[in-house]
Design a protein around this ligand. Structure first.
Ligand SMILES: Nc1ncnc2c1ncn2[C@@H]1O[C@H](COP(=O)(O)OP(=O)(O)O)[C@@H](O)[C@H]1O
Ligand SMILES: [Mg+2]
Length: 328
């Protein structure tokens, strides 16, 4: 069964199509990403699928429930981590989790167990009884992740889960997200404007721009549109390495230039370790190896003629956060 099915979903704000008729399906257990620049319609999409916003047209099924007619069932079967922080700073981490559990009607005994389990999962046991205002940005985000899991949802919605975090903290958060997905089998739909994030986390990605999905596939397949990866090797015996590498599966072309070897392959990241092993098995020593692959940024440029450009998106986002206060 598909965890999510979306058909012709659209949202207009005073005639402006923020989401302009999108279609996609997410399989159970998948991490599916909506990747696109600021203003692409990602949050609007998430808001519709989580019953916060009413679609202008189109339909969706979430965990088998009809978004239009079974809103309560949809709500109970999903967890959400919002783009904008939504914790109570004055409460402790544990109190925030407990409050959320009560909202979802989780029994007192079960709340205790679940809270313990999710705190362990995001490694916040020691901070659990401190007020959230004493938490770092990364810890707050981890607590929000934990909160999204208290009622054991089958699907977790993550709207820009690592926005504004430093690269190291972001990486740490990615680990938790992966762990939740693999340990609990939680299906995830996440939005991001960070290429590496979508690339690292997602099984499949829909690239969105101006309310439309312009391409959708696995990260690898999306990048293959631009041609193969290039592996450059500095080896002790390039000629003999060329011979053995040329016979390997998954290799497109092997060229020698100077004392270096250029190998093109559709999937360089799986081929490179095999090349190194083959070289070792044949007594060839490799002094250096570089792998260059097209990035999702290149894919976005390929389809739109523009770059996503993170710095710009971040500052625009800060502005939107301020503007948003007046919206609801
Ligand atoms: N409540 C609203 N009223 C009017 N316009 C909105 C509202 N919410 C979003 N928009 C507009 O819809 C577009 C998509 O916004 P959003 O879904 O937040 O994009 P993203 O999350 O991809 O950055 C933007 O142009 C935004 O300004
Ligand atoms: Mg957004």
């Amino acid at each position: 069964m598909n965890a999510i099915e979306v058909k012709g979903l659209a949202k207009k704000f005073n005639g402006f199509a923020a989401v302009d008729g999108i279609n996609f399906e997410i399989k159970e257990g998948e991490i599916f990403g909506l990747l696109g620049p600021n203003g692409a319609g990602k949050t609007t999409t998430i808001s519709m699928l989580s019953t916060i916003l009413k679609p202008t047209s189109g339909s969706a099924t979430i965990n088998g429930f009809n978004l239009a007619t079974q809103q309560n069932d949809v709500r109970m079967s999903i967890g959400i981590v919002f783009q904008d922080p939504s914790l109570d700073d004055e409460l402790t981490g544990r109190e925030n989790l407990d409050f959320h559990g009560r909202l979802y009607g989780v029994s007192s005994k079960e709340r205790k167990e679940k809270i313990k389990a999710v705190l362990e999962l995001v490694e916040l046991e020691e901070k659990a009884d401190s007020q959230v205002k004493t938490y770092s940005g990364g810890m707050k985000r981890r607590l929000e992740l934990a909160r999204g899991l208290i009622h054991m949802p089958k699907i977790l919605f993550l709207d820009e889960p690592t926005i504004g975090l430093d690269p190291q903290t972001r990486r740490k958060l990615w680990e938790y997200i992966k762990r939740i997905n693999s340990e609990k089998g939680t299906t995830m739909i996440l939005t991001t404007h960070y290429m590496e994030e979508a690339d690292f986390l997602c099984n499949r990605i829909a690239i969105v721009d101006k309310g439309k999905i312009i391409a959708s596939n696995t990260p690898e397949k999306l990048k293959q549109v631009l041609g193969g990866d290039v592996i450059t090797l500095e080896a002790s015996e390039p000629e003999s390495l060329k011979k053995v590498v040329g016979k390997m599966a998954g290799i497109n072309e092997v060229t020698i230039f100077g004392d270096k070897l250029n190998v093109t392959a559709n999937n360089g990241s799986t081929v490179l370790p095999r090349i190194i092993k083959v070289a070792h098995d044949n007594g060839v020593s490799i002094r250096s190896a570089t792998l260059k692959s097209p990035s999702l940024e290149d894919v976005f440029i390929h389809y739109t003629g523009r770059a996503i450009r993170e710095e710009e998106a971040d500052s625009k986002n800060a502005m939107r956060l301020r503007m948003r206060v007046g919206w609801r």
